[in-house]
Design a protein around this ligand. Structure first.
Ligand code: NAP
Length: 324
């Protein structure tokens, strides 16, 4: 990422300042993408923390005050809160401003925000497909979007120049940008993100409901696959409640297909049909390799987790190799 000579926007307003808002602020500042950043958040505690962090130019109390004079406004709140935010900021937006968001569902955001935005304001919804299981203003970091996708879902009548300018903004934050219709986004993310989260939340909950003796062993031996589900299932409950309510139709569609495939594998296992199991696992292994090849994950063993080093002391004689 090369910092810009000339900022793309004069004044960026961030409404909501958690993992995503905080990462945008840090990256936009590091890249010189905006001349100044003004931020707000719902709670006084978060606003106080944002001011302490010193990564924005001004922290204000209300959404309305935040957007005054801003030429880029990004709502970084749960998708269920986007409509109320749009209603609040609508009358205070500057003519020509670009209004965007970062919500993980796009159809509902378009439906809830668009009616409150006045003519002369350019609405270009966005979804940076990047994140961690952490939340809050301290969780953000400038590199979060590097080499990750940011999907823009402009409505068909969106201003082309505004779309291009937002694309350029996200590119300077390190993201690869692609445009698609909101409904298509919700279907794709339904299978690649929302359903996996639903499965992780379910399996971790199921393990938790086992008897206490077994549960301690579940935690102890979690490296056998379960640990990776626990990371996903530690994601923010508010955000994910809103995602499943807002993208209900697409997730239910994907869940139906998933249940059919699960039933087929169950049948193969029950009937001792090893070939079906092998063929399926061989196909999914190739998908994993494809993800690594296009640079969307690390090929390092154990998903790139740092490997512990061997004990410094050599093993006692009987365990050492005897062909030295
Ligand atoms: P976060 O760290 O929990 O921060 C959320 C922010 O929204 C906080 O400032 C919070 O204010 C505010 N907020 C929460 N509920 C609100 C409400 N009802 N009205 C107004 N403000 C509210 O969340 P995040 O991870 O940054 O997620 C923000 C958005 O990014 C969500 O729409 C999510 O779908 C999307 N997204 C998340 C990820 C991810 O992996 N986390 C990835 C891509 C996109 P307080 O701190 O004052 O409570």
């Amino acid at each position: 990422m090369t910092p810009l000579q000339q900022p793309l926007f004069n004044r960026l307003a961030l409404i909501g300042f958690g993992l995503i808002g905080g990462s945008i602020a840090r990256a936009a500042r590091a890249q010189g993408a905006v001349r100044s950043i003004i931020a707000t958040a719902r709670s006084p505690q978060t606003r106080k923390r944002v001011a302490e962090l010193g990564i924005v130019d001004q922290v204000v109390e209300t959404n309305a005050a935040a957007v005054e004079g801003a030429d880029l406004v990004i709502a970084c709140v749960p998708v269920g809160a986007c409509g109320a935010v749009a209603k609040e900021i609508g009358p205070h937006l500057s003519k020509g401003a670009i209004v965007s968001d970062v919500g993980s569902v796009k159809g509902s955001v378009l439906r809830d925000m668009a009616p409150h935005l006045p003519a002369g304001v350019h609405f270009v919804p966005a979804h940076p497909v990047a994140g961690t299981e952490d939340s809050g203003p301290d969780a953000g970091f400038a590199e979060l979007f590097v080499n990750r996708w940011c999907i823009l879902t402009p409505p068909p009548d969106a201003d082309k120049a505004a779309v291009e300018k937002l694309k350029t903004f996200w590119s300077h934050l390190g993201a690869n940008v692609e445009c698609m219709p909101a409904a298509h986004h919700d279907l794709v993310l339904g299978i690649t993100s929302h359903l996996p989260h639903l499965i992780a939340y379910t399996i971790v909950g199921t393990a938790d409901e086992l008897s206490s003796v077994t549960r301690s062993e579940v935690l102890k031996f979690s490296a056998g696959g379960f640990r990776d589900f626990t990371r996903i299932a530690a994601s923010d409950p508010t955000m994910w409640r809103d995602v499943f309510l807002a993208n209900k139709d697409a997730v239910l569609e994907m869940l139906g297909r998933f249940n059919e495939d699960l039933a087929a594998l169950t049948r193969a296992m029950r009937s001792g049909d090893g070939q079906t199991l092998f063929d399926h696992f061989a196909r999914t292994r190739a998908i994993r390799r494809g993800i690594v090849e296009i640079g969307q994950d690390s090929p390092a063993p154990d998903f790139g987790r740092r490997q512990p080093t061997l004990p410094a002391e050599p093993l006692p004689r009987p365990y050492a190799a005897d062909n030295e």
